[in-house]
Design a protein around this ligand. Sequence first.
Ligand code: PBG
Length: 356
Amino acid sequence: MIVNKEDLNQQETANAAHPVYPQIRARRLRVNSNLRRMVRETILTPANFIYPLFIRHGDDFQKPILSMPGQFQWSLDRLPDEIRRIVALNIPAVILFGIPEIKDACGSDNYNPEGIVPRAIRTIKDIAPDLIVISDMCFCEYTDHGHCGIINQIGDEHYEAHLPKGYLLNDPTLELLAKASVVHAQAGADIIAPSGMIDGMVGTIRSALDANQFQHVSVMSYAAKYASGFYGPFRDAAESPPQFGDRSQYQMDPANYREALKEVALDVAEGTDMLLIKPALPYLDVLSAVRKSYNLPIAAYQVSGEFAMLHAAAANGWIDLQRCALESLTSIKRAGADMIVTYFAQDAVRWLEGKS
Ligand code: PBG
């Protein structure tokens, strides 16, 4: 780095004595594939991937999700075979989303010990005790209105006349998040991943886990989660679209970068063990900034819309799926992610092993 005038002069002299080109030819390091392999900076491995699973009520279901080719809703009886495939591919972790039979105003299936996700956790742990099970901790899949917590509605026991109707009630939602996190930990979850962008969610969940002797269970906070159009296919997959309004009163404005650093700082202060940034590709600037400022493990979520876009373009013959999917995943890791939540996890491991 040039720091003063003397250095600047030395630099100029050096440059005059050693012109940059043709002595320095950057392309020398790209001459053949082994050389390129030797100087490669970013390597994807199966350990980087977290695979999302949609678990639904009912029997004998492997229901295709049309907007997400190759992804399914699984009933519990069909889950074991899928889990064995994931373990065989050496993928270390899954993240679970539940589709309950009954939805209600407070999303009670999420904290029912016999609810869909606690049952799925037990099913998975029975056959694969070492597979890391991450529980996506949010209420949108369980509420009849499709929002991520308790909504201010006339007639509801939590109704607060001074707050706007339709407003997500932060602190009553925290109580339910704490309750559900303990239930999921009791079922065997290794990591609780609160994804609702509710203020105070990390600290509340940490205290509840500790108070119930789950000090060994980690929290992976969706610290910067944007109100993104790229979640479209997921809302079909999880059958969780909001029935009114959208999620911008709690998820972040895509225009904001500094605010992401504030959100991350708050979750770090509340004791999160890991951070998650979501979506991935449109927010690599945020990911890179968080990487530079924090030493915690960071995950990025390559969301349903990112996955669907790549598939749609490939299905039209416009791009090569394997090449572009691996390029996207490599970019996400290069920008600073240690872990990537991705629907491509199983394909990517096969591709990396040279099997297509
Ligand atoms: C739950 C949740 C969502 C996603 C992950 N957890 C939906 C949302 O916030 O609207 C989206 C994942 C994806 O699009 O792949 N809050």
